[in-house]
Design a binder for this molecule. Sequence first.
Ligand code: NAP
Length: 256
Amino acid sequence: MFALANKAAIVTGASSGIGRATAKLFAEEGAKLVIAARRQAELDQLAAEIEDAGGTAVALAGDVRDEAYAKALVDLAVGRFGGLDIAFNNVGSVGQTGPVSELSLEGWRETLDTNLTSAFLGAKCQVPAMVERGGGSLIFTCTFIGHTVGMPGMTSYAASKAGLIGLTQVLAAEYGAKGVRVNALLPGGTDTPSSITNAPDAGPEVLAFVKGLHALKRIARPQEIARSVLYLASDASSFTTGTALFADGGVSINRT
Ligand code: NAP
């Protein structure tokens, strides 16, 4: 049910964190992968690990804000693997933080471009290939911030991620009849390089604070989030579309 044998998948943000863990899990389940991010060396390392474990992965480095790159990723999947079944549009960045009066227009646009416009560009190129294939699954990485929690200082991050949920709903309605499912995944705090708990100036009190926000009183390992992505990518979620699925350790409902 969770197997991805003979499926071709694009994973963006694969050089690190949630994307890297998901690429490895997808490969273990039999998917053929196009892995994407800006850092070539990290992608090459991941591709080598996947191939060494008997999987299939091809790396293409680039910037997801670039429409030509979005198209090149799809062309690579179609050229190498004969089509596209799954796209995990996962790239995201917290971007500039602080009180709204101190944020720059440049910083706002940078975050919107990285988190939201990139997803639009990805979907624009990916959906036709999935329709051609008779269906597929798109997944966008969102967050509880801007959906269930208003966290001070995170204006552009929250707005961009909330926008992704709107994008998810419209695409799900637009392409459901063609067999394309579209879902948003909302992780809680996850132990990745860009987590605030791993910021250079974050002491143990930051980690303790963030853990305490979650009902489970801990943050996730990237591999745990990857399993929820696998659910949305696979036939296990065959009647699930247009959702905003929490994998957030209860941070959205916790008040203790
Ligand atoms: P991460 O380890 O820092 O990974 C971010 C990935 O995005 C990297 O592979 C990075 O690769 C890539 N990337 C960033 N900007 C890019 C660009 N312009 N073009 C191409 N690739 C780009 O962070 P993560 O925590 O796994 O984040 C993954 C997603 O989860 C994000 O959307 C984030 O908002 C979301 N999220 C994270 C948490 C958390 O607590 N960690 C919680 C909720 C949601 P390069 O630097 O090589 O380009």
